[in-house]
Ligand binder design. Structure first.
Ligand SMILES: Nc1ncnc2c1ncn2[C@@H]1O[C@H](COP(=O)(O)OP(=O)(O)OP(=O)(O)O)[C@@H](O)[C@H]1O
Ligand SMILES: [Mg+2]
Length: 354
């Protein structure tokens, strides 16, 4: 059976490579009764896999919501009705799984307006009676900001204060945008001062990455030399999503080493660019110039400025600051330990520096 190199998010802890500490952290937070955990991490680092694996252990009732999917299936909006429907459907499925049929379910949901707070309140009431915990996992939660009617930070704050058995795990790949949306530091914002657990998923280090590849090949009975593994890690680093691609190309698609690497860069850069494209479309040329400068190794502010002016013309300092900080909010660019700007994704970096 194909496991580590499967390109879909993992949904079972037994399929997950490492992340033991993170899983444990999620479990103990639930046990301690801490109701809000946020999982941050750039694209393809394994957020969805971690959360799905966590909830698959079924120690509590849970519903998994992918807000990015709602956003794209509803013409780039997030209708509260769709969010409501998905939570309701998820929960009634859970009840069915427990042998609680439609008739009996009628008694669980109070009459009254169909809105998310009422629904969570009904779920909480039922869970209290059954001594069960309910976890709502909201993946790519930063897309909730496209909701026009409901302020979800308010809903969550209300739930944290009032619903004893409702827990949240929130996650998102645009780390800065998610932080802004949750707005914990703002004294006037609903979630201000609330207790939260924060988990930042990191890239695997070289050793872990090598182990991931070795184990993946081993699972499939393939032999791959250390030199090749070293080369892969040297070029794509510890982003598990890309490592899985490499393994997938080598095994399922039966490519050689060079070809698989080349394919990651040709296909991967298309994928990564299309994801980024949506975020940078408002000032595409300048964003591209900035990302290109950083990819080419210009890590300082002045270096980036010089390159950007050279390619797209004059730009005020404040304008450059704004674009740079947006790239950081979207988790496309990061600052390294020396304060230099670097690209978060090695594939994008190589593509843009060519
Ligand atoms: N711990 C892990 N062990 C094995 N494979 C993993 C692990 N984490 C992630 N993967 C693999 O890496 C890829 C990306 O994982 P996943 O979709 O969970 O990441 P993500 O952070 O949710 O990405 P995105 O931001 O694009 O939604 C998938 O192929 C998944 O199977
Ligand atoms: Mg995901």
């Amino acid at each position: 059976m194909l496991m580590l190199f499967d390109l879909a998010p993992k949904d079972d802890a037994s399929e997950l490579f490492d992340r033991r500490k993170e899983l444990e952290e999620l479990h103990s937070a639930m046990e301690r009764g801490e109701k809000l955990t946020i999982v941050y991490g750039i694209r393809r680092i394994g957020k969805t896999s971690l959360i799905r694996s966590f909830i698959s252990e079924k120690e509590f009732l849970s519903v998994f919501l992918d807000v990015r999917q709602i956003y794209y299936t509803h013409k780039r909006t997030v209708p509260s009705e769709a969010v409501y429907e998905q939570i309701l459907r998820g929960f009634t499925d859970l009840l069915l799984g427990l042998g609680i049929g439609a008739d009996e379910q009628m008694g669980i949901f109070s009459a009254g307006e169909n809105n998310i707070t009422n629904l969570l309140s009904d779920i909480n009431k039922w869970c209290l009676a059954k001594k069960a915990k309910f976890l709502l996992a909201i993946d790519e939660a930063q897309y909730l900001r496209f909701s026009r009617k409901v302020s979800y930070d308010g809903v969550m704050a209300w739930s944290l204060d009032n619903l004893r058995n409702v827990f949240f795990v929130i996650s998102g790949s645009e780390v800065g945008v998610l932080r802004e949306m949750l707005d914990f530091e703002n004294t006037k914002a609903p979630l201000y001062g609330r207790f939260k657990n924060e988990l930042l998923l990191r890239k695997f280090n070289d050793e872990e990455s090598a182990e991931f590849l070795r184990r993946g090949f081993e699972e499939l009975g393939c032999k791959v030399g250390n030199k090749e593994i070293e080369q892969v890690i040297g070029r794509i680093g510890g982003l598990v999503g890309w490592l899985a691609y490499y393994g997938h190309y080598r095994t399922t698609d039966k490519m050689g080493h060079e070809e698989a690497l080349e394919r990651i860069f040709s296909d991967g850069s298309k994928i990564a660019m299309s994801e980024v494209g949506d975020l940078i479309k408002k000032s595409k040329d300048r964003y591209m110039a900035i990302m290109t400068a950083i990819s080419k190794g210009m890590g300082s502010w002045s270096g980036i400025k010089a390159y950007t002016v050279g390619t797209t013309g004059k730009i005020p300092d404040s304008g450059l600051d704004m674009l740079l900080s947006s790239l950081i909010r979207f988790s496309i660019v990061e600052k390294d330990s020396k304060g230099n700007y670097v690209m978060a994704d090695p594939i994008l970096k190589e593509y843009l520096s060519r």
